[in-house]
Design a binder for this molecule. Structure first.
Ligand SMILES: [Zn+2]
Length: 137
């Protein structure tokens, strides 16, 4: 990947990072005390709102981590390389998902493995259903 393209992504990540911080992430109120547990059953609307804010913030925190990791890869000189096979990630993929750390093939492999795992469970219960139908007939 040429320096100009990397610079473009660096600018993008820095902008996204600033936006996240502008929303208040990283502020003092980000970490709730650990002993503050919320009982789902009698949650007031204020508490619900706080809960929703927290979920949003944890999603933003995850996004921020991905941006930081991408910026780290830029400074390491590995940005745009697949974290699994080391091949260059397709630029179109990076433009669609700048924080991607796997090439499309490795990502597909990963998703296929996850699917295969789910399918394995599905087939087991399907097999049982078939046996039930057989024994009923
Ligand atoms: Zn790969």
């Amino acid at each position: 990947m040429n320096a100009e393209t990397i610079f473009k992504f660096k600018k993008l990540f820095e902008m996204q990072r600033r936006e996240l911080f502008a929303k208040g992430l990283g502020g003092q109120d980000f970490h709730l005390p650990k002993d503050e547990t919320i009982d789902d059953a009698d949650m007031s609307s204020t508490e619900l709102e706080a809960g929703m804010k927290m979920r949003l913030r944890s999603r933003e925190a995850l996004f921020l981590r991905k941006i930081d990791e991408a910026l780290q890869r830029i400074s390491d000189g590995t940005f745009g390389d697949c974290g699994s096979c080391g091949e260059e990630i397709d630029l179109r993929r990076l433009e669609a998902r700048p924080t991607a750390s796997l090439c499309v093939h490795c990502k597909e492999d990963q998703e296929r493995q996850e699917l295969a795992h789910i399918d394995g469970h599905k087939h087991k219960s399907l097999g049982r259903k078939l046996r039930l139908i057989e024994s009923a007939s």
